[in-house]
Design a protein around this ligand. Structure first.
Ligand code: SAM
Length: 408
């Protein structure tokens, strides 16, 4: 095991005294080639170029003398400290300024109200969904999941991007642009992307990231503009939300959205939301409701299932309107959960079968809510709402059933 491991953060500034002394005394130095070339690595030290990070960690672990690992920014923030600790090492850390902090500083923005997500070495869709859902997001990028791809996914959405390339190097460049422009250009590596909605995220808070769970959900119908009671009732919506499990990084479709109440509630949980309806007046109503709740919902006017084809794959789908063919189309897109609300008992079997045919684990319940209503003299009676059948499917994944968790 290495005698002592020091992780030194690199941000282009001269190393602080203690970090420089550790580097000067190291007999093994591991890091990206750009960091090894930029710093005074002792002549006699073994150099390990980090491409394969796991191999680098193994080399550091096996080394007998003092070792240094060079890493970008703050290595304890989405950095190599985690892997070193997982390998049983207990490194000293000499951090530099994180690329995220530097990018926000260059943009002149606060970042205690931001959410930081990573598309580095993982599926970029959750990071994109976070940008779609929240007003201030920083994305750690990777080749193939960079400004162009993020720009393409945010095309037409009210976001301004700040792309910070090669921070702390002579080629440092900070560009503010629309998503369309980001999509059309190539960008130097490494880079970090800020996706900003231009409205304040939440004011001064006490936690970073701020609380994303709404204080109340399953809101009463009066919280939404709706027509002729065409709205998923609060009790049904609450149960549907429990099965949809919306959260940061998710994309939720609300098909046959009506007032858009389900999409709005999913967005209030930090999920990206798409609301679909064939009626232009309902689409306008859903947009109004999203604005009224200060959330971003993409409202798509069109006939399902045809109009679903052009949408990005969802993590969860609520079907409030549309027949079994809409359920089948939604289920065919791989969401972890599909939840269907039905007024007609005759549709239950076809819905259940469509979900089962797509290998979902199917369940359901009828929601017969009777609400408190006032009687003269301060007494309370029960006011029965129309029964609604809720049918849900949860995805069975290859290595077992994900019953209570995420399969991402
Ligand atoms: C594994 S993360 C490391 C984050 C690092 N710990 C930090 O605090 O900046 C790698 C990502 O950080 C960002 N990054 C690192 N160095 C950068 C630089 N010099 N300029 C811009 N972005 C950088 C890029 O998004 C890169 O893909």
């Amino acid at each position: 095991m290495a005698a002592r491991v020091t992780v030194i953060g690199v941000d282009g500034r001269p190393l602080p005294e203690r970090a420089a002394a550790r580097l000067a005394g190291a007999t093994l130095v591991a890091g990206a080639r750009r960091h090894l070339d930029a710093l005074a690595v002792p002549e006699a030290a073994e150099r390990h170029v980090l491409g394969d990070v796991a191999a680098g960690v193994a080399a550091v672990r096996a080394h007998r003398g003092p070792a240094v690992v060079l890493a970008s920014g703050d290595p304890g923030f989405f950095g190599i400290v985690r892997l070193l600790r997982q390998a049983g090492l207990d490194p000293d850390v000499e951090p530099a300024v994180s690329s995220v902090a530097a990018a926000f500083a260059l943009a002149g923005e606060t970042w205690d109200d931001a959410v930081v997500v990573s598309a580095h070495g993982r599926d970029p869709r959750p990071a994109v969904n976070a940008c779609l859902a929240l007003p201030k997001v920083a994305v750690l990028t990777a080749p193939g999941s960079g400004p162009a791809e993020i720009g393409a996914a945010l095309r037409g959405r009210p976001r301004r991007l700040v792309v910070a390339e090669r921070l702390g190097t002579p080629e440092q460049r900070v560009t503010e642009c629309a998503p369309e422009e980001a999509a059309a250009r190539s960008w130097a590596e490494p880079n970090v992307v800020l996706a900003l909605a231009g409205r304040e995220a939440a004011g001064r808070g006490w936690a970073a990231p701020r609380r994303l769970t709404p204080a109340r959900w399953g809101l009463p119908e009066e919280a939404y503009d709706h027509r002729d009671s065409m709205i998923t009732k609060a009790e049904v919506r609450a149960l549907a939300l429990a099965h949809l499990g919306p959260g940061l990084g998710d994309l939720v479709w609300d098909v046959g959205c009506g007032s858009g109440s389900v999409a709005v509630e999913c967005a209030r949980f930090g999920a990206a939301a798409v609301a679909v309806d064939r009626d232009p007046a309902q689409c306008e109503r859903a947009r109004r409701n999203a604005r009224g709740h200060d959330v971003d919902v993409l409202v798509v006017g069109g006939d399902a299932p045809a109009c679903l084809a052009g949408l990005p794959d969802p993590d969860a789908v609520f079907v409030g309107g549309g027949g079994p063919e809409v359920v089948a189309a939604a289920a065919g897109r791989g969401a972890r959960a599909v939840v269907v609300a039905l007024a007609a008992v005759d549709r239950i079997a076809a819905t259940r079968d469509a979900l089962a045919a797509a290998s979902y684990e199917v369940g359901g319940a009828v929601v017969n809510a009777s609400r408190f209503a006032p009687l003269p003299g301060g007494a309370t009676r029960l006011d029965a709402t129309n029964p609604v059948f809720l049918v849900w499917g949860h995805r069975v994944v290859r290595h077992g059933v994900v019953r209570h968790g995420r399969h991402r």
